[in-house]
Design a protein around this ligand. Structure first.
Ligand SMILES: Nc1nc2c(ncn2[C@@H]2O[C@H](COP(=O)(O)OP(=O)(O)OP(=O)(O)O)[C@@H](O)[C@H]2O)c(=O)[nH]1
Length: 601
């Protein structure tokens, strides 16, 4: 067992594309953990989707052994963190498991938005932050300028920080030496009652759930009976050990300061909550670790299969995904237009998109999803409280005494030149300005109270677009407030399409309804009869468009002889038709649903 003074627990933080994954791979390589060939599949973010989207979704950890210049061998535990606002809570738990963070700065770019946002997160956890300046192999690199920026903007000493090329493997040892010398060794009494922080878990079909944790105090042994303090569940440890790059390395015991895993025939990851405290069942610690938060779904939508007979496949797929994703919730629902499906709850829009894509790719399902919604509280005149996560269940307006919608406390950090862009954006989204603080001469922090409904769709993207990516966003639920809500129904050819109903603030209902009708008009192919598209509140129509009658001749623009091109177009039309969904009398392609989903973009 490594002695405590030789353990270093750290993460790597960076702005996107500054070289976090490349550096992680290099560290693994230098520590002899993996061969060049194994390296080809980048190890730390190993899900296809993560790589394509350039984000890391699940936190993971790996143990490295490093023989330092002082002759000692150190145990370095690298804990990876996800990089999106939807997963902020998971990031915070991963950081809470570390004593230090390596801050990678691309020396051709200098300090960028996420450099700052991630640094603040690390500072909140009192981590020792070690800047390193990457990509010095590029002609455009100016490490000195980047160092100056880190000193001026973030206030961290940076002049002696390592200048590296993660890609070419230049100066990587300097990073390791920096970690060994400057990240504090963990503290914590190995003889105290067990107290360990769960920062991730994963489902494995052979072992059941593999729980990743960091021990703060005490010791964990194989065979020990442990208790999860938030859920109250007890388990006997079947196996515990270290997380190596290419697999798990069982050992008899792990003690204070170490990062590792255990298995205990646990059936689903929802039994092991991120942020929970593991303790000894017979000799429990007095207080759990601070900062635990139960998972809270923020966004809901209905998910259906295009082919109704695939409903059982969808259920199996969701069950499989849930084994590994405690923040995904679902329950059956049905829709007149779409048949049987599930109402699913997500942490945010990105989480929702990732799940939808995984269902389509990994389980080969063609999906139709309804408009996303938050949870509304509706108080009826008879005193009953109805929680509505599906517009379909919105009570009749005559029975409603008042309605409330969820608000979040929004925290935006950005350079001050963007304040003029950010404020109108927040106001547009019914944001209530709270205060603004200067963090230094040119960095400000803005606080708003905003309806969650206004944030979930596109706020993060819009904020980035309006600040050249420099702003960072964080939000947490702050409570419910009364709101003038209305339910808007969509009618195609006079038939209500329940899957397209939505709930909105009255002021937003009109423009949204209009855009929805326009989008539908663009996306519904002309048919043999005229189709009125209407949006209505109660019985009152508030927007209307018409799809003119006529069949679209896809060959109209294709003059002359090329048969293959004609075939292709007809093939495409056939494919399109296959995807049509019968909604009452009207055929509506899946694309129309997807297009209206992206209404705010
Ligand atoms: N020239 C050069 N390119 C580098 C260096 N380090 C990383 N890159 C390149 O920069 C790009 C981004 O590197 P990643 O390691 O994926 O960056 P990241 O910070 O992990 O990005 P995300 O996972 O998207 O957050 C890749 O194309 C790398 O090959 C370097 O030292 N020199």
């Amino acid at each position: 067992m490594t002695k405590q003074s030789n353990i270093r627990n750290f993460s790597i933080i960076a702005h996107i594309d500054h070289g976090k994954s490349t550096l992680a791979d290099r560290l693994l390589e230098i520590c002899g953990a993996v061969s060049q060939r194994q390296m080809e599949n980048q190890l730390l973010d190993n899900m296809d989707l993560e790589r394509e989207r350039g984000i890391t979704i699940k936190a993971r950890a790996v143990k490295l052994n490093y023989k330092a210049q002082d002759g000692e061998t150190y145990e370095l535990n690298l804990i990876d963190t996800p990089g999106h606002v939807d997963f902020n809570y998971e990031v915070s738990r991963s950081l809470a498991a570390c004593e230090g963070a390596v801050l990678v700065v691309d020396s051709t770019q200098g300090v960028e938005a996420q450099t700052l946002a991630n640094t603040y997160l690390a500072m909140e956890h009192d981590l020792e932050i070690l800047p390193v300046f990457n990509k010095i192999d590029l002609p455009a690199a100016d490490p000195l300028k980047s160092k100056q920026e880190v000193e001026d903007i973030i206030g961290l000493p940076a002049m002696d920080a390592p200048e590296i090329s993660a890609k070419m493997g230049i100066n990587i040892e300097a990073v390791l030496e920096d970690i060994v010398r400057n990240v504090p060794a963990p503290k914590g009494d190995p003889k105290a009652p067990l107290k360990a922080l769960v920062f991730d878990s994963q489902y494995d079909s052979y072992r059941g759930v593999v729980v990743y944790f960091r021990i703060m105090e005490g010791t964990m042994r194989t065979g020990q009976t442990i208790k999860m303090m938030a859920t109250g569940a007890s388990y006997q440890i079947v196996e515990c050990g270290h997380l190596l790059p290419l697999g798990l390395e069982p050992c008899d015991s792990l003690s204070a300061g170490e990062v590792g895993y255990f298995t205990a025939s646990i059936k689903t990851v929802s039994d092991t909550r991120i942020g929970d405290t593991i303790t000894d069942a017979a000799n429990p610690t007095a207080e759990p670790l601070p900062g635990y938060r139960p998972v809270q779904s923020m966004v809901y939508c209905g998910i259906y299969t295009e082919d109704g007979s695939k409903y059982p496949d969808l259920r199996d797929a969701l069950e499989k995904l849930q084994l590994n994703d405690a923040s995904l919730s679902f329950e059956p629902e049905s829709s007149a237009a779409l048949g049987f499906g599930f109402r699913c709850g997500f942490l945010g829009m990105l989480h929702m998109e990732v799940i939808q894509e995984r269902l389509e790719r990994e389980f080969d399902l063609d999906l139709v999803t309804t408009l996303p919604s938050v949870i509304y509280h509706v108080y009826k005149t008879n005193g009953e409280l109805v929680t509505v996560d599906n517009p379909h269940n919105y009570p009749d307006p005559s029975l409603i005494e008042r309605a409330e919608e969820p608000y979040v406390k929004v925290n935006i950090i950005a350079p001050n030149e963007y304040v003029g862009n950010i404020m109108p954006m927040c106001q547009d989204r019914r944001g209530e300005f709270k205060d603004m603080q200067y963090l230094d001469t040119h960095l400000v922090e803005l606080h708003y109270q905003m309806p969650l409904n206004e944030i979930i769709y596109d706020f993060f993207d819009a904020l980035k677009a309006n600040t050249k990516g420099y702003a960072s966003l964080d939000y947490e639920l702050s409570g419910y407030r009364p709101s003038d809500l209305v339910k808007v129904d969509l009618l195609l050819n006079g038939d209500q399409v329940d899957a397209l109903s939505f709930i909105a603030h009255r002021d937003k209902a009109y423009p949204r309804a209009r855009r929805l009708c326009e989008k539908l008009k663009e996306n519904i192919p002309r048919q043999l009869f005229e189709i009125p598209i209407q949006a209505a509140i109660g019985g009152r129509v508030i927007a209307r468009e018409t799809v003119k009658a006529m069949r679209k001749d896809v060959l109209a623009k294709c003059y002359g002889g090329d048969v293959t091109r004609k075939k292709k177009l007809l093939e495409k039309q056939k494919e399109g038709k296959k995807k049509m969904r019968a909604l009452g009398t009207v055929q509506m392609p899946t694309e129309a649903f997807l297009a209206v989903l992206k209404l705010d973009e």
